[in-house]
Design a protein around this ligand. Structure first.
Ligand code: PLP
Length: 959
């Protein structure tokens, strides 16, 4: 009999059976359907023998949810939450509780997927267009995207965009204002190194003269707090045919003249201090605002307004043809998963406070800073700058004493060289805190209340730099300021969207599995949330322990020798892994290895990342079975030999099968000194079954937001740590401000924060703790059981494109819809939209093969849910037959008209050859509960032709 989680059900194992969907009776039924006796037998018949892991995972036994929470509570308590005045782009903030509970802690928001199916994603799309509107308003720019991974990456992407945009300027030099945050400089320097750009750092007021350069980055206000009018520098750069990016502090922009009005071409910055916890570095969203004429060249996702089939206004992602999925190595960037949940939180922060509330917050921060400045000057402390918003730099010959007094009071300041200290105030700072800071810095008791009472004006901002234009005047920012209104606005948006709290989301390659509540609980603990990423490391003992333990667990799950936690998405992991490979080759003096082989079936981020790493992409073929074509790889190895840097392969393949030749493939690449990058997106079929580090991989990223239970957040956050073999370990990314143990900053820096989005790592940690040695393996086994059951049942109605040995698939399967399309004119898109009528999100569409759907059920779905989805697909197949037979006209049938809205079926007119019941309630369960798509099929072409990326006007809302 099979080993199921139910045989030895000690109390500690209980979580395993909560995580794994099917119960033992369902497991038996599915095994019988597949004609195998045990899950082990299924695995043996599916996975190549040569790579099958023979021993058990060296992980601890599973612990209960309660025990795991108690253990991680102990870890959290080892972190010390000091008051942070470090600044540098990270500030303490109040997450409005209505947003904390109803968004950040709400699976309706955090378990959603990227809004590629806009008809069932209008809620988060509206939130994202609010985000874009906010970024445009505050920066004074014409258009903005939603969103970027962090400020450093956004600035690096801005540099790349400026180069793309300024083809006539032949210079390869990018100039960075020395007053830029050091982590941003480091991320840009790494990017520049691999693009072949030169970086010059200096004072733009003096050092641009006589220099040839294609772009400039300015920080506004400067990292030590100074505010300057940028107009003259921007004019000077424009006269030299260069573009200017401004990295701006979002809170200061409420009061300061916008970079757009000073002529900036791109404005970037982090949204963290708009109600997103610091989280020891992340996750946070960054904004990227720019001139409209660069829209085709811009990185990331842009949300746009279009119309649906009834002419009603609807949102969707605009100009998707610019994305890496389609353009591969010609893509603008490798951004895939970004930071949707955090972008939404920050936009809701602006919606909730509104322009007046935000002005109040910004004014208070500035006023307290002015009081502090006044108190310091009265006490004879020298301030370095005479302008400021929230940050002061002081010069002192006793910085060590000041820092010692600060530490004694559990306060963190930023030391800048021997003789300077800077400090940044934030939304949570009070007048008492200012008194405390005055005492820490001067050594004397000074009462801030008296100073405040006597301070007539706050003059940190020069009058000519004060903002005079309106911000956030759109109704959405002026309506929901009572908690009742806000709560209902959030609920209204949430209920337009399908997330995992409603039904399975069978997205192949994306692994939409359970994000357990116990895994999520620690994320919002202040011991994880309120730590500045550059806080002294001895205050982060808990984090250190979490990282070390998690690294060990991930090494065990993958067969690698070391793990770097810096990349904050899968695609950033690819970039980080390729850089490690490159540095490794260089360390051996092999500078000519510039070829990256990538099979045609690869995810678009692979070639996009290779291009960012300065490699040349050579595409290799796939055979009729979807396998990488070994003959073609042999030919390419023959042709390029010592020029091969690496191959990027996904395993099991993106076609959902375990290729038998994987070991041979790795050996072949190694035989010419190349490295093997195994894309780890499909680890959900591998954990406990086979380790990429054991069968020949040198490096892999792990999408912790796929296999390791971090929720997708509607399109981020995510984490993409990389596992590496020993020889690559010395070449992983470091950090210039907060040293990462056993790394070297000269390897490069891929994220603004040293451990990426550190505060969501507890999710993966909890998952592995609660699943333990057996549960982790069972997750893979049951993922394959569910996928094979799905393939078997659906295979009776649709061709399954690829199967492995013995006719089994891995953890996902591809339905080939091309023959049906040929016969009936019904497209994969019609089927995807029709699934919405059944309450389902569509599977992955047309990846890796056009005209297919890729289905990945994951282990977390019960047989009942699988059967419902199967019923939906079978019903759809019958409807297609009715189109084929001519019973339904090709242009008037339930598929062509899908999805159906309340407008359709409540309308007095009904001119369709099928009933309203068939339109909207085509399955029995929909009579119990139904999520209505709120718009009809959206017209993408119209939206791209009439590009609108801002909130529609109020009149349009009323239509
Ligand atoms: C999801 C995915 C990626 C990209 O990961 P992100 O976290 O979205 O950046 C890369 N490769 C494959 C096969 C994927 O499925």
């Amino acid at each position: 009999m099979s080993v199921t989680p139910y045989q030895t059900l000690a109390h500690n194992d209980e979580f395993i059976s909560r995580h794994i969907g099917p119960n033992s009776a369902q497991v038996e039924a599915m095994l019988a359907e597949l004609g195998v006796n045990t899950v082990e037998e299924l695995i043996e018949k599916t996975v190549p023998n040569g790579i099958l892991k023979k021993d058990e995972l060296d992980l601890a036994e599973a612990v209960s949810e309660q025990t795991a929470l108690a253990e991680i509570r102990e870890i959290a308590q080892k972190n010390k939450v000091f008051k942070s005045y470090i600044g540098m782009g990270y500030h303490d903030t109040y997450v409005p509780n209505v947003i904390l509970r109803n968004v950040l802690e709400n699976p309706g928001w955090y378990t959603a997927y990227t809004p590629y199916q806009p008809e069932i994603a209008q809620g988060r799309l509206e939130g994202l267009i609010n985000f874009q509107q906010m970024a445009m308003d505050l920066t004074g720019m014409e258009i903005a995207n939603a969103s970027m991974l962090d400020e450093g990456t956004a600035a690096a992407e801005a540099m790349a965009m400026c180069k793309r945009q300024m083809k006539k300027n032949k210079s390869n030099t990018f100039f960075i204002d020395a007053a830029t945050h050091p982590q941003t400089i480091a991320v840009i320097e790494t990017r520049a190194e691999h693009f072949g750009f030169d970086i010059k750092i200096g004072n733009p007021e003096t050092d641009l003269e006589g220099l040839e350069y294609f772009g400039v980055l300015l920080q506004y206000p400067g990292t030590s707090g100074e505010i300057k009018d940028l107009t003259a520098i921007i004019d000077q750069a424009h006269a030299a045919d260069a573009l200017v990016t401004v990295a701006a502090d979002i809170m200061s922009l409420i009061l300061l003249k916008s970079p757009g009005s000073m002529g900036a071409d791109v404005v970037v910055g982090t949204n963290q201090r708009f109600g997103v916890p610091m989280g020891f570095g992340g996750p946070h969203a960054a904004f990227f605002a720019f001139r409209e004429k660069y829209k085709r060249s811009a990185p990331g996702r842009i949300i746009g307004v279009s119309i649906d089939a009834r002419g009603k206004q609807a949102y969707r992602m605009a100009m998707q043809t610019r994305e890496q999925h389609i353009r591969r190595e010609k893509a603008n960037s490798n951004i895939c998963t970004s930071q949707v949940l955090l972008a939404l939180m920050s936009s809701f922060y602006a919606v909730y406070h509104g322009p007046d509330g935000l002005r109040r917050i910004a004014h208070r921060i500035h006023r307290l800073t002015a009081v502090l400045a006044q108190g310091l000057e009265q006490a004879g402390v020298k301030l370095v700058h005479n302008t400021f918003f929230d940050t002061l730099a002081i010069e002192s010959d006793s910085t060590a004493d000041i820092l010692a007094r600060a530490t004694a009071k559990e306060i963190n300041l930023r030391q800048l060289g021997e003789e300077h200290i800077t400090l940044s105030l934030n939304e949570t700072t009070k007048l008492d805190d200012v008194s405390e800071l005055l005492e820490v810095i001067t050594g004397q008791a000074i009462d801030a209340t008296t100073i405040e009472a006597e301070l007539a004006t706050s003059e940190g901002i020069p009058a000519e730099l004060l903002r005079t234009d309106d911000i956030l005047s759109h109704p959405v920012f002026n309506r929901y300021h009572s908690e009742t209104e806000m709560l209902r606005y959030l609920k209204r948006l949430e209920s337009k969207d399908i997330a995992l709290n409603h039904s399975m989301i069978p997205l192949g390659s994306c692994t939409m599995k359970l994000n357990a509540t116990s895994e999520m609980i620690p994320v919002t603990w202040p011991e994880f949330g309120r730590i500045h990423p550059f806080a002294p490391i001895d205050q982060a003992e808990g984090y250190k322990q979490l990282f070390t333990e998690l690294q060990k667990m991930l090494q065990e799950c993958t067969g690698y020798d070391a793990v770097s936690l810096q990349p904050n998405s899968g695609a950033q992991g690819e970039y980080a892994g390729l850089l490690a490979i490159k540095k490794y080759h260089h360390s051996k003096g092999e500078f000519d290895r510039d070829i990256c082989l990538i099979p045609s079936s690869a995810h678009g981020t692979n070639p996009a990342s290779a291009q960012m790493a300065g490699m040349k992409v050579v595409v290799t073929k796939c055979d009729a079975n979807g396998n990488v074509c070994m003959d073609d790889i042999r030919a390419k190895v023959e042709e390029y030999g010592q020029r091969i840097s690496c191959i990027m392969v996904t395993y099991p393949s993106t076609h959902g099968v375990f290729e038998e030749e994987i070991v041979e493939l790795c050996d072949l690449i190694h035989s010419v000194g190349g490295q093997v990058y195994v894309d780890g997106a499909n680890m959900n079929a591998l954990v406990g079954i086979a380790g990429p580090g054991s069968f020949g991989g040198d490096v892999s990223h792990l999408n912790l937001h796929k296999t390791f239970c971090i929720p997708h957040g509607g399109g981020g956050p995510g984490m993409g740590p990389i596992g590496v073999k020993e020889h690559l370990a010395p070449f992983v990314a470091g950090h210039p401000v907060q040293p990462v143990p056993e790394t070297d900053v000269s390897n490069g820096v891929v994220s603004a924060a040293p451990w990426g989005s550190a505060s969501i790592l507890p999710i993966s940690y909890m998952y592995i703790k609660m699943m333990g040695r057996q549960g982790m393996k069972q997750a893979s086994q049951f993922a394959m059981l569910n996928a094979n059951y799905m393939a078997k049942k659906l295979g009776e109605h649709y061709p399954i494109l690829f199967k492995g040995k013995n006719g089994f698939v891995a953890h996902e399967c591809l339905l080939d819809l091309r023959p049906l399309k040929e016969a009936s004119g019904i497209t994969e898109e019609d089927i995807a939209k029709r699934l919405n009528d059944f309450g389902y999100h569509a599977p992955t569409m047309s990846f890796p093969v056009a005209g297919t759907l890729m289905i990945e059920p994951t282990e977390s779905e019960s047989k009942e849910e699988l059967d419902r989805f199967i019923e939906a697909m079978v019903t759809i197949r019958k409807e297609i037959a009715q189109v084929e037979s001519g019973e339904y006209p090709k242009d008037n049938n339930p598929l062509h008209n899908a999805p159906h809205t309340q407008d359709d079926v409540m309308s007095d007119e009904w001119d369709r050859p099928y009933s309203r019941e068939i339109a909207a309630r085509p399955a029995s369960w929909l009579k119990q509960h139904k999520v209505w798509p709120t718009v009809n099929r959206i017209d993408n072409v119209y939206g791209d032709r009439n590009l609108v990326c801002s909130c529609p006007s109020i009149e349009e809302y009323m239509d």
